[in-house]
Design a protein around this ligand. Structure first.
Ligand code: GTP
Ligand code: MG
Length: 198
């Protein structure tokens, strides 16, 4: 798969408006501001592909990107953004849950967490659901450039240990990642290629 050739496909406000549920998809999920859109841009080498923002809650639609003929990457709206109106938040969460539960072509979830605040309540919620559903998860500890190598690796080990302790390590892998410094891209590409193989 050539991630440099990824193209924007479409945005969908609801599951009904998503592209046909065929081929293979990998979704990028995580709290608002975790760096989902930035990771997709780093992966594709196109800084303008997915819209990023300093303001959490930027991505409000389910955005689809074409990788191969039948493969897609999906940029999901961030969860846990407090400032969005309650009704709107519930509405998104409904669509998000719907997407995750009903999408047959979904092969795996890339779960992004800021390395400085990993495993927040929503992350655990998402992980628990994925592990119970048998959906593989690849965790990116993002913004690793904000920490020195030692503390970054310590966080990686601590997260792996915590997952094991909570029985959330089945089908779950973890790595450090930085969109700014472009570190961890190889590992991510390897995982995506594995999941999206047809
Ligand atoms: P929502 O769409 O709101 O859910 O956010 P998102 O998860 O798509 O985050 P986005 O990619 O828009 O990034 C949020 C902020 O974090 C932006 O200001 C980015 O520039 C910054 N950011 C993202 N990745 C990194 C990284 O690897 N290192 C650093 N230092 N900043 C990053
Ligand atoms: Mg985004």
């Amino acid at each position: 798969l050539n991630f440099r050739a990824v193209q924007f496909l479409t945005s969908a406000p609801t599951l009904a408006e998503c592209p046909e549920d065929s081929g293979a998809e990998v979704a990028f999920a995580g709290r608002s501001n975790a760096g989902k859109s930035s990771a997709i841009n780093a992966l594709t080498g196109n800084s303008k592909l997915a819209r990023t923002s300093k303001t959490p809650g930027r991505t409000q639609l389910i955005n689809f990107f074409r990788v191969g003929d039948t493969q897609r990457l999906v940029d999901l709206p961030g969860y846990g953004y407090a400032k969005v109106a309650r009704a709107m938040k519930d509405e998104w969460q409904r669509h998000l849950a719907f997407y995750l539960e009903q999408r047959h072509c979904l092969r795996g979830l890339v779960l992004l967490m800021d390395i400085r605040q990993p495993l927040k309540e929503f992350d655990i919620h998402m992980l628990t659901w994925a592990v119970q559903s048998g959906l593989p998860v690849h965790i990116l500890l993002t913004k690793a450039d904000k920490l020195k190598r030692g503390p970054a690796n310590n966080t990686l080990f601590a997260v792996e240990k915590a997952l094991k302790a909570q029985g959330l390590d089945n089908g779950v892998t973890v790595q450090t990642f930085s969109s700014t410094k472009k570190t961890g891209l190889d590992k991510l590409e390897l995982k995506l290629s594995e999941w999206l193989a047809v």
